[in-house]
Write a protein that binds this ligand. Structure first.
Ligand code: NAP
Length: 332
C-alpha cells in the first residue's frame, strides 16, 4: 500500500501530552473536543461528520456514534482494554482499532500487587490509625494482618499483566501461582522464568485453593459477571479478592455479600462496574475494601508511553502503514 502524506482530519477526544499533540498537528488537521465536557460535546459531534481518525479513551464508542462518522478509518485508543468500543460495529464498518498493549504492563502489575499488599497487611486502615491519632498503644491481634509471602496466588487472566503479577508473586514473594484462562500458556517457550511456578487450573479449583485471588481479565461477553455468588462462595474462608482488570467482570452485589456475610477477608479494587464510583456505592466506605480510582497505569512514565504508542498507531494507520499495535481481530 503506498504511504500517504495527505493531511487528514483527526478528532482528539481526550487530553494528550503536548509533544504527542504536536506530532499529530504537524501531519494532520486536529480538532480537540472532549465529549465528557458538556461545553465540548457539540464540537465533538460536529467533528464526527468529517474525521478519518480518532484518538482518546474512556468514552463509549457505539454503533450510533459510528453512524455519524462516515469517513472514519481508524480509532486509536489510549488504553489496552477495548471494552468501550462496539467491536462488531467497527468490524462491520471496516474501521481499524489500535490500542496500547505492553507499555502499561509493569505499572499495572505494580498497582495490582500494591492492592494485594495493602489488603493483606491492612495498610490503609492502619495508616489511618496513625494519621487520626488513634495509635495510643501497641496494636493487638485484632489489627494484625496476614502474610503475603508464601501464600497461594490465584490469577484470573494470565496475559501480559497477569504474568507480570505472577512474576512479582512467584519470584519476589515465593508464592505458588495458579491461573485461569481459556488456553494454557506454554511457559517453557513464552515465560521461562515462570516455568514450574505457575499452573493452569480450572476456575473452581483455583477459587478453592487460592489465598489471594486477583482478577486481570478483559471485559467481554464471556467475562462479564464472571465472579458472582457461586464463585465467591467457593473461595477459602479468609481469602482476599483483588480486581485490576475491569469492574463489570465482578457482580458487585455478590462481592458485598461475600464481604458482609461470607468468608471474604478483604477486597482491593482498582476498577468498578460504574466509574467514577457513585457516592452511594456501599463499596466506597466499606471497612474491608481498599478502593482506588482506576489508577492501574497512572504514572507519568507509563501514561506518556501510552500516548506515544497511541499517537504512533494513528499516524501509521493514516499513512496507510500497518499500525504497531492493531487490536487483534480488528479490521486492517
Ligand atoms: P491480555 O494480554 O490480552 O490478557 C488477557 C488474559 O485474559 C489472557 O490470559 C486471556 O487468556 C484471559 N482471558 C480472556 N478472556 C477470557 C475468558 N473468557 N475466560 C478466561 N480467561 C480469559 O491483556 P492484558 O494486557 O494482560 O490486560 C488485561 C486487561 O486488564 C485489559 O483488557 C484491561 O481491561 C485491564 N487493564 C486494567 C488497567 C487498570 O488501570 N486497572 C490497566 C491496564 C489493563 P485466554 O485468551 O487464553 O482466555
Amino acid at each position: 500500500m503506498p504511504v500517504s502524506t495527505e493531511r487528514k482530519k483527526i478528532l482528539v477526544f481526550r487530553e494528550l501530552p503536548p509533544d504527542q499533540l504536536a506530532r499529530l498537528q504537524a501531519r494532520h488537521d486536529v480538532t480537540l473536543a472532549n465529549p465528557r465536557l458538556a461545553e465540548q460535546l457539540p464540537a465533538f459531534q460536529a467533528a464526527l461528520a468529517t474525521v478519518e481518525g480518532m484518538i482518546g479513551s474512556s468514552y463509549p464508542v457505539d454503533d450510533a456514534l459510528l453512524a455519524r462518522a462516515p469517513q472514519l478509518k481508524v480509532i486509536s485508543s489510549v488504553s489496552v482494554g477495548v471494552d468501550n468500543y462496539a467491536l462488531d460495529a467497527l468490524a462491520a464498518r471496516g474501521i481499524m482499532l489500535c490500542h496500547t498493549p505492553g507499555v502499561l504492563t509493569e505499572t499495572t502489575a505494580d498497582t495490582i500487587f500494591s492492592l494485594i499488599m495493602a489488603t493483606s497487611r491492612r495498610i490503609v486502615e492502619l495508616a489511618s490509625l496513625v494519621r487520626e491519632g488513634r495509635w495510643t498503644r501497641n496494636i493487638g491481634e485484632d489489627l494484625f494482618g496476614r502474610d503475603v509471602h508464601g501464600k497461594t496466588l490465584g490469577l484470573l487472566g494470565f496475559g501480559r499483566i497477569g504474568q507480570a503479577v505472577a512474576r512479582r508473586g512467584a519470584l519476589g514473594f515465593g508464592m505458588p501461582v495458579l491461573y485461569h484462562s481459556r488456553r494454557p500458556v506454554d511457559l517453557a517457550s513464552q515465560a521461562p522464568d515462570l516455568a514450574g511456578k505457575a499452573a493452569h487450573t480450572p476456575l473452581d479449583e483455583l477459587l478453592q485453593r487460592a489465598d489471594i485471588v486477583a482478577a486481570v481479565l478483559p471485559l467481554s461477553r464471556e467475562t462479564r459477571g464472571l465472579m458472582g455468588e457461586r464463585e465467591f462462595g467457593l473461595m477459602k474462608p479468609g481469602a482476599i479478592f483483588v480486581n485490576g482488570g475491569r469492574g463489570a467482570t465482578v457482580r458487585e452485589g455478590a462481592l458485598l455479600d461475600a464481604l458482609n456475610t461470607g468468608g471474604l477477608r478483604a477486597a482491593g479494587l482498582d476498577v468498578f462496574a460504574t466509574e467514577p464510583l457513585p457516592m452511594n456505592s456501599p463499596l466506597r466506605l466499606h471497612p474491608k475494601v481498599t478502593a482506588l480510582p482506576h489508577i492501574g497505569s497512572a504514572t507519568f512514565e507509563t501514561r506518556h508511553a501510552m500516548a506515544v504508542l497511541a499517537t504512533t498507531n494513528l499516524l501509521q494507520a493514516l499513512a496507510g502503514e500497518r499500525p504497531t499495535a492493531l487490536f487483534e481481530g480488528s479490521a486492517s
